[in-house]
Design a protein around this ligand. Structure first.
Ligand SMILES: [Zn+2]
Length: 291
């Protein structure tokens, strides 16, 4: 971490995102209606999608933080994915509607003439999203949070959507009427893309997809050179919301005492948890070395 202030900056990212999106929804929707731009109204819906995504993250975190009980011994981590899927399915329908609406407007050759209000709305959206992108990408890099960096790039894609809207508004103001509904159509496509990717990712996690390769490698190297570990036989992992559940099968000398075996387990757990720096639940199984 370069500066002490980065930590504080990173903590404000969530709040800045919520505040920024709420402000943008209000302004885009208002200026879109007053300025007569379908593209800008579609972009307002896009901001609703982003705000919902942030809330999903927060709701998911809250549900998955519930303690496991006798009926749900694995806890509630996967609730996050179910919440996400249902919200994105709803958004998918909205994305389709926006595309359809843009398409119908173009085909019918209806006259759209956005005014300066719409233009300012698009410029405003571009500036705010670019600032949110810069903060998230900087803070995310400094505190080493992949999810924050991923969210930053989502803000960057919002910048492109708003640029499309701006081009559409300028085009329509110059007399190319179809360009504004075309921009709305493009924003609709971007919403669908976000929904499909997010649903796909959630389904994979519900199916207990293994953690990404870089995490698996970090686990392997953390286990390397541990006392009394002959080799690592298998690493199994799955994500339960924010918690990473791991099962490590280690080969140890056949004559190892029970006590020394327990020490190996404790050391392996600590080494992996330390290397990953995230919430983990680790089970270690010991196999005796042959021969
Ligand atoms: Zn977005």
């Amino acid at each position: 971490m370069k500066y002490k202030a980065c930590e504080k900056c990173a903590r404000s990212v969530g709040l800045v995102n919520v505040a920024g999106n709420v402000m943008m929804i209000a302004l885009k929707a208002y200026l879109g209606f007053v300025g007569g731009s379908k593209g800008l109204i579609a972009d307002a819906v896009h901001s609703v999608a982003d705000l919902l995504a942030t809330f999903v993250m927060m709701i998911g975190l809250q549900i998955s933080a519930r303690q496991p009980n006798a009926k749900y011994p694995d806890g509630f981590g996967k609730a996050e994915y179910l919440v996400a899927i249902s919200i994105y399915l709803f958004l998918f329908v909205i994305g389709l509607y926006i595309m359809h609406d843009g398409y119908v407007t173009i085909v019918a050759g209806r006259w759209v003439h956005p005014c300066w209000f719409a233009l300012w709305g698009a410029v405003f959206a571009i500036v705010i999203n670019e600032l949110m992108f810069r903060q998230s990408v900087c803070a995310g890099t400094q505190i080493n949070s992949p999810s924050m960096v991923a969210k930053a790039w989502e803000s960057r894609s919002d910048v492109y959507a708003s640029v499309a809207v701006l081009i559409g508004v300028i085009g329509a103001m110059m007399g190319f009427s179809f360009m504004d509904p075309l921009a709305a159509f493009v924003v609709g496509v971007m919403i669908l893309k976000l929904c499909i990717e997010s649903i796909y990712e959630s389904v994979l996690k519900l199916m207990d997809e293994a953690p990404p390769a870089e995490i698996m490698e970090a686990i392997s190297s953390a286990l390397e050179g541990l006392e009394n570990v002959v080799s690592v036989r298998q690493i199994m992992g799955r994500e339960l919301g924010p918690t990473l559940e791991l099962k490590l099968i280690l080969v140890v000398p056949a004559d190892l005492s029970l006590e020394a075996g327990e020490a190996v387990k404790a050391k392996a757990r600590a080494a992996v948890a330390n290397a990953l720096g995230m919430k983990t639940r680790i089970t270690v199984v010991l196999n005796p070395a042959e021969g």
